[in-house]
Design a protein around this ligand. Structure first.
Ligand SMILES: Nc1nc2c(ncn2[C@@H]2O[C@H](COP(=O)(O)OP(=O)(O)OP(=O)(O)O)[C@@H](O)[C@H]2O)c(=O)[nH]1
Ligand SMILES: [Mg+2]
Length: 239
């Protein structure tokens, strides 16, 4: 399978070189596509520097005026398909998603047993980082709510560490994804269910980011719950 690892970045200069190194170690054949929204910390300059000696690394540089995790991912999926990918992995750059798990994310796709594979923290063998009690409670509530409202059958609907077959990205019309922000993770999974794709989970261990800034707070999370409800009530996104 021709695999492209698609990594949206915003201010990940402290992490990107280490991530690229680990990706090459665990997936020597795969190509890496960094989708950077002209990060003020110059993440894209670091990527350009690495690209001089690295033919497997590519950069999609977007304008900061259209910045957003969702739109970056959407454009990244489109570019990955243009690069000829049979499988596309999306992951965070902050090393919370560990490259060592990618071979097991890709295995069900390669075996033709799934269209979408989710790296899951909440199935046996999976692990989340230790969060304070109130954060644990909020995140458990969010995932049960999302499962219920959007009719998702997975244990970890908010995981952004996932692999998609080419067919899956075509079927969900990845180029038309609407959410500009991290709500995209739910929007994509909802479309996968609407498209009757085969979604499976494999266990991953999630670790907290060690470097760089965190971006998602409680008010944002609450807004997402409202948007999930609207998404479910709205028109079929695939028609
Ligand atoms: N291109 C692009 N990438 C983004 C944007 N916002 C976040 N990202 C990237 O999306 C991934 C997930 O963002 P994170 O900040 O790690 O979000 P999180 O995992 O919910 O929060 P923390 O890990 O606690 O910081 C990371 O690789 C970010 O650099 C954005 O506006 N544009
Ligand atoms: Mg993170």
């Amino acid at each position: 399978m021709k695999t492209v690892i698609m990594v949206p970045t915003y201010n990940e200069r402290a992490n990107i070189a280490e991530l690229v190194k680990l990706l090459h170690k665990h997936l020597p054949q795969a190509r890496i596509l960094v989708v950077d929204d002209s990060s003020p910390d110059g993440t894209f300059e670091e990527v350009k520097k690495l690209m001089r000696r690295d033919k497997r690394l590519q950069l999609l540089l977007r304008d900061r005026s259209v910045k957003g995790r969702g739109w970056a991912g959407r454009d990244g999926f489109v570019r990955a398909l243009e690069m000829g990918a049979d499988a596309v992995v999306e992951m965070d750059a902050d090393l919370s998603h560990q490259p060592r798990f990618i071979p097991s994310l890709l295995a069900p796709l390669a075996a033709g047993k799934a269209d979408v594979v989710i790296g899951s923290r909440y199935i046996p063998g999976g692990k989340d980082m230790d969060r304070p009690f109130h954060r644990q409670w909020t995140s458990n509530f969010a995932r049960h709510y999302l499962k219920f409202v959007l009719g998702l059958k997975v244990k970890d609907p908010t995981s952004g560490f996932r692999a998609f077959s080419k067919k899956a990205l075509e079927k969900i019309k990845a180029g038309t994804l609407a959410a500009r922000d991290p709500f995209t993770v739910s929007e994509i999974l909802y479309r996968c269910y609407r498209a009757d794709l085969r979604v499976v989970e494999i266990p991953i261990e999630f670790v907290d980011r060690a470097r760089g800034q965190s971006k998602l707070g409680l008010p944002t999370l609450l807004k997402y719950l409202g948007r999930a409800f609207l998404l479910r009530l709205g028109p079929d996104p695939l028609s």
